[in-house]
Design a protein around this ligand. Structure first.
Ligand code: SF4
Length: 295
């Protein structure tokens, strides 16, 4: 069945970061988000991960013309901003009723920049991205009114029009990257190892000025249920996992619960995470993390 919606991650015009730095974010900002929205809408969503697959321009345009999409969502970071803006313009020229929305780092940091673009909308800060994208897609289908879109900022006559207040999703509902949906082999090549990335927590109370964690997910930390994390690992069975969390050891109870569950789990993995040095004071936790095959 053809899809009404398409996600695009354009390639980087500015090579300010090497490829492997972005690799984890393809799981987080594409795989997990698409999974949530597909389940909510009960329909397939198409994906053009141009950065990962190095898709040729003519193949991109063929897909767009053939797809006749109701809406396209573009993930935009610093590196692919320039290419995304160009591509979005071409897409608008060859489609008639296709709505476009930008989400990710740049719309969050620089919403006003998008006033002078041809995007129909952007996703605001302080809203889980998949909530805003879901509502924008529903709006594109005529299922909800424009005022009902949570965390969506519409661009009309070069002005930003805020719709409804953004919301955060309960962790039980976060999506999991379907490894058959995304070009996972390309992600492994970018990373140079067979590593799956999985969000385990969102939100950070520290709000460092150089970091986008709070802009994306707010200050309140919340964890995905540990049993769901283990279930996903046992289903996907890869050698390496990166547990994506702003501060993995902020909630020591949850970090310990996961480390113990990994230690007990029959299928063994190698894993990594990130945290702050001042959140590494609990010796029992550190030992359990190491024993559970942490890298
Ligand atoms: S503690 Fe880490 S995740 Fe939190 S705001 Fe600072 S840099 Fe970002």
């Amino acid at each position: 069945m053809s899809s009404n919606f398409l996600f695009i991650w354009a390639d980087s015009g500015l090579s300010t970061k090497s490829n492997h730095v972005n690799a984890p974010y393809h799981f987080v900002h594409i795989g997990e988000i698409i999974d949530y929205i597909e389940k909510e809408l009960n329909q397939d969503i198409d994906l053009l991960d141009i950065e990962a697959e190095a898709t040729e321009f003519q193949d991109i345009m063929k897909k767009i013309i053939k797809g006749n999409y109701k809406a396209v969502a573009f993930y935009i970071n610093t590196e692919n901003l320039e290419n995304t803006i160009k591509l979005q313009k071409y897409i608008k020229e060859v489609t008639h009723n296709c709505k476009t929305i930008a989400y990710g780092e740049m719309p969050i940091y620089l919403p006003k920049y998008f006033r002078k673009t041809d995007f129909d909308a952007i996703v605001s800060k302080n809203c889980d991205q998949e909530i805003a994208l879901l509502d924008f897609f529903k709006y594109s289908l005529g299922e909800i009114n424009k005022e009902e879109q949570r965390g969506v900022i519409l661009i009309e006559n070069r002005e930003l029009i805020k719709c409804k207040q953004g919301e955060f999703l309960e962790p039980e509902k976060w999506g999991f990257t379907d490894l058959k949906k995304v070009p996972v082999k390309k992600y492994f090549e970018m990373e140079n190892k067979e590593q799956v990335v999985l969000t385990v927590a969102r939100g950070c109370p520290f709000d460092c000025p150089y970091c986008n964690a709070v802009l994306y997910y707010g200050r309140k930390e919340r964890w995905r249920p540990v049993e769901k994390i283990i279930e996903y690992i046992n289903k996907t069975k890869c050698e390496y996992y990166k547990f994506f969390a702003p501060d993995f050891t902020l909630n020591e109870k949850k970090a310990l619960e996961l480390a113990k569950a990994l230690e007990k789990n029959e299928f063994k993995i190698k894993w990594s995470c990130t945290t702050r040095p001042d959140l590494l004071k609990n010796e029992e936790l550190i030992k359990t993390m190491a024993a559970s095959r942490m890298l």
